[in-house]
Each structure stands twice: as C-alpha cells, then as structure tokens.
Design a protein around this ligand. Structure first.
Ligand code: SAH
Ligand code: SF4
Ligand code: F3S
Length: 458
C-alpha cells in the first residue's frame, strides 16, 4: 500500500461529492452549511448518507483537548488501509485549522486544504489548487470579509441558524475562542435582515441567532439608529412567516434592559435562555476572568424570570478549574440548586495551549474532576427531569423538525427547547415545518411525549 500524500482525485480531476463533518458549537454548524452551499456552487453535490464522499471537510473544534485530538484519528480512519486512489480529498476547517494549521499540514500529509473559520469563503480557490495536486492553507482573519463573499442561502429546513456576531474579546483565561475566532464583530443589520428573509422564503419558521457573545451584537439599523440585539429581534419578529426567534450564546455582562424587556413583549421570542456561568465561587470566576459574580448572575436571572416567568434556563459549567477547592466546587452545586436549570452542559477543565489558565498552579487531578463532574451532572439531570415533569399537562405549540424512527412519529421542539415526540396515531396529523398544538402527556429525562391537538398553523 502506498503512503497517501495526495488526494484520490487525479491531478485535474475535480471531486464530485462532498461531506461536511461538523464538530463543536452551532457556529460551526452554520459555517458547515455555508461551506456546503459554496461547494454546491462549484458543481459538487452532498454525498448521500452512507456513501463515501470524494471530498471530506472536517469542520473542527478546539475548545477542549479531546475535541481537537479527534481530527487526527478521523483523518487516520479515512485514509487507513486505503490506496491513494480510494482515500478522499480532505480539508480541515474550523477552530483546529485556525489554531494548528501549520502543524496539521506537517503532521497529516493526506490533508489537501486547511482553512480557518474566517477564511472559508476562499475555499473554491483552494479547491482549484488542490485539484491540480497542490496543497493550500489559509488561516487569515480578514475582518468578517467572508459573509459578503458567500453565495445566497438556499437550505430548506423549518429551523435555521443565523450567525449575527463572531469572535470574542472577553479572554476568559481557559478559553481558545478569542484566538481561533478573532475579535468580536457584529454583522450589519441590513445583511442579517436580508439573510433572514431568504431563510424564511426557503421554509425557515424558526431562526436561532448565533454568536459567541450574541447579546453583544449591536449596530445601526436601516434608518441609521443604533440598535442592540433586542432591536434586531424586534425587526425580525415583523417577518410574518417567521414564527420563532431564539439566540445563543449570551454573556452575563452584555445583557441590556432592552433585551430583557423583549422577553416580556415579543411573542415570537421563545422563553429559553442559554446563559453560561461556568462556576459558582467568586474567587474562581475572578481567576477565570469572567468579570461577573455569582450574585450578579443570579440577580440577572431574577430579572429574566420577572420579564418572562416561564423562561427555561440553561447554562455551561467547568469543573476543576486550576485551584478550585472542594468548598468552591460546592458553591457551584449551590448555584445549581438555586437556579434549577431546565438543562445545562458541564465539562471538565481542559488546559488549552496558549491560554493563561493552562500554566496556572494547582491543576486539579483527573480523578477529582471526574468526581466533581459526576456530582454536578447528577444535580443537573435531576433538575432537567423536574423541569420536564412540570410541563406534563401543558398545552403548547410544537414546531415539527423531523421524522422519528417509527412510522407516523415526529420530533419537534417545545417553546422551552424540549424535544417533543409526537405520534400521528395519537391524534392529528403533522408535516415537517408545521406548528402543531400539543398537550405534553409524559416526561422523560431528555425529552417529552406529546399528543397533537390540532395543526395550529402551517
Ligand atoms: N461563548 C460562550 C461559549 C464558549 S465555548 C460563553 O462564553 O459562554 C462553550 C463552553 O465550553 C463554555 O461555556 C465553557 O463551559 C466550555 N469551555 C470553554 N473552554 C473550556 C476549557 N478549556 N475546558 C473545559 N471547558 C471549556
Ligand atoms: Fe470563551 Fe469567555 Fe469568550 Fe465565551 S466569553 S467565548 S468562554 S472567552
Ligand atoms: Fe469549538 Fe470553535 Fe465553536 S473552538 S466551540 S468550534 S467557536
């Protein structure tokens, strides 16, 4: 077997099918879709499920060590045991490409293209070079140039992501995002309205606005008046066929009274808030450079609940940040007890190269982190189950997002972002993109079961 040093495509022969494999956050999902649209524009088509693709784009995440290491094993799997003619052409995109582009080019000769999250609008040129047998890397960060160079949206789905804000200036001491995604920047209001209208025209009924600090979005509207995220949301809510608006991820320090008020009076803004706090002890929050206290975070949630009493809360946690004591960790547990999250994500601290926390004293042993993670997750699961239980008997709208595994079964989302299973035989009929009125009849740990009452509006 020959060592693979170039893609299977013979020089001059272009790949015909592609697959984008997304890792990491929703912003990567959005970028992955846009890369797909660009490749469509180059005459490629998405490889059908289960079939090998001629070109594989690994859209990678660098947030934790394991996420980053995955890409090398994935490359290995795709090329192992395959002759040069059988292995796919490989492009590495996303945050690992940004952080370790040069290393990837050295370590993985089978990779033809390395493209950072701010440079993927140049993918077609890179592909052209790769087709000719060359290799190309582009990890430039031209301030937000990519959006104006991407083709128009053409995906069809009842739910859509829309990146409104990119990058981060917060520099939490554990986090790679400011390095992989660059400086914080807001996309122009008019471009976002245009993209949103395009998404709605192709069938989107729910749009989730995305950004690493999405609530820091700001900019002049079409009349030149300065707006915050609430202004954008209010304008989006005027699009008649758009029925639901969500946004993530927010930072506690970027909330404005206007955005809180929007939760009280914009019906289309869903009662769900993902607001990471990371830890419950102020000393740890300070060492993390979060610039907010646990008390400040709790007061903010109180204001949110006052504006929208049924709001479902979600968060992110890191356990075992360098120096975190048992007592400090218990403050995280107390905070969870106080908030009662509808869902939350929790992670073991992972030292990331180049971040200040990676070289801090008192790195926490793995077994201590394992133990803390388990205890935290037990509480989060308890609260998630309680939240789901409390929705039993409620009647709410469910947006049908996809078919279930069984005949006549559908999966949709409640306003509180719960996954809702529906069975056609239990009453009513449904179709993709329908908003169905549903009674929640049973709760599970990760989803609920509903019975359709009537198709509310298609
Ligand atoms: N911009 C968002 C989310 C960033 S990444 C925010 O500020 O909240 C998503 C989550 O990954 C973070 O909220 C954090 O909980 C986790 N995370 C980030 N860096 C990490 C690290 N080095 N180790 C473990 N978890 C980390
Ligand atoms: Fe990372 Fe902090 Fe920025 Fe979130 S706010 S992306 S955790 S640096
Ligand atoms: Fe990962 Fe980059 Fe998102 S590091 S979490 S893919 S911004």
């Amino acid at each position: 077997m020959s060592k693979i040093t170039a893609p299977k495509i013979a020089p001059g022969e272009a790949p015909k099918t592609y697959r984008v494999k997304n890792f990491g956050c929703q912003m990567n999902v959005y970028d992955g879709e846009r890369m797909g649209e660009m490749l469509d524009g180059q005459g490629l088509s998405a490889a059908p499920d289960g079939e090998d693709a001629d070109l594989v784009v690994l859209n990678t995440c660098h947030i934790r060590e394991r996420a980053a290491e995955k890409i090398y094993s994935d490359i290995g799997r795709m090329t192992k045991g395959k002759t040069q003619e059988k292995a796919p052409m490989i492009a590495v995109a996303g945050c690992v490409a940004q952080a370790e582009g040069e290393e990837i080019m050295k370590r993985a000769p089978s990779v033809s293209m390395v493209v950072g999250p701010q440079a993927y609008h140049r993918l077609p040129d890179m592909l052209e070079k790769a087709v000719k047998g060359g290799r190309a890397a582009d990890t430039d960060m031209p301030a937000i140039a990519k959006f104006s160079e991407l083709p128009a949206r053409k995906r069809r789905s009842p739910t859509a992501f829309l990146t409104v804000q990119e990058g981060c200036d917060k520099f939490c001491t554990y986090c790679v995002v400011p390095y992989t995604r660059g400086a914080e920047i807001s996309r122009p209001f008019g471009d976002l309205m245009k993209e949103a209208r395009g998404l709605v025209e192709t069938g989107a009924r729910e749009i989730t606005l995305l950004g690493q600090n999405v609530n820091a979005w700001s900019g002049p509207d079409e009349a030149g008046v300065h707006q915050g995220l609430d202004g954008l949301i209010r304008e989006l809510a005027k699009i008649p066929e758009l029925q639901r608006i969500r946004y993530m991820t927010s930072h506690p320090n970027d909330f404005t009274p206007g955005l809180i008020a929007a939760h009280a009076d914009v019906d289309k803004l869903m009662p769900f808030l993902h607001l990471p706090v990371q830890a419950g002890a102020d000393r740890v929050l300070k060492a993390m450079n979060r610039n907010h206290s646990a008390g400040g975070y709790l007061r903010l949630l109180e204001q949110m609940r006052a504006a929208r009493p049924d709001i479902a809360l979600s968060g992110d946690f890191i356990v075992g940040f360098p120096g975190e004591t048992e007592a400090e960790f218990e403050e995280t547990l107390q905070l969870v007890d106080e908030v009662r999250y509808a869902q939350a994500y929790s992670f073991k601290y992972s030292p990331r190269p180049g971040t200040p926390a990676a070289t801090m004293d008192n790195q926490i042993p793995r077994d201590v982190m394992d133990d803390r993670l388990q205890r935290l997750q037990a509480r989060i699961n308890r609260d998630q189950r309680a939240f789901n239980d409390a929705t039993v008997g409620k009647v709410c709208d469910v947006l049908i997002e996809r078919k279930g595994k069984h005949e006549g079964q559908w999966l949709g989302k409640s306003p509180w972002l719960q996954s809702v299973w529906l069975d056609e035989r239990s009453g009513g009929s449904a179709a993709l993109g329908d908003m169905v009125q549903v009674e929640i009849v049973e709760a599970g740990p990760n989803s609920v079961q509903g019975v359709a009452r009537a198709a509310a509006h298609a």
